[in-house]
Write a new protein. Sequence first.
Length: 163
Amino acid sequence: MVKGKVWKYGKDVNTDVILPGRYLDSYEPEYLASHAMEDLDREFAKSVKKGDIVVAEANFGCGSSREQAASCLGYCGVQAVVAKSFSRLFYRNAINQGIAVIESPECVDALNKGDEVDFDLKAGTIKNLTTGKTLTFRPLPPFIMEILEAGGLVEHLKKKMAK
């Protein structure tokens, strides 16, 4: 279980908002994390904590395919993104970076900004500690869970090759 806070946004949150292109002059994790969601929410990068989740309406991660949009969220400590739907490129980039992506309109509708939650990927549950409700979603397939548990695709491949 991961305990965190909900950061909630609307639809069509694109990669240029998740990490504005003007910050792609560096690949330093701290630098990228410090600019996450900057054009949408100036407080996000300053206040997000390890274990927090991002919740959004439809089409999260649309726009360019840059992997830094997903990785900057991971560098901030975001454990999961829950949305009604995702851009397919962002969806895969997030998994590759070790961030869980959950498509669940029901969870999106039931969660509000600032809610405190316990998030359990294996069980497919989000316990909203603010409202007392337990939400369910379809658990991720085992092969994706292996990637997430390893910390992303590169770490997963390193472990497999070491065997």
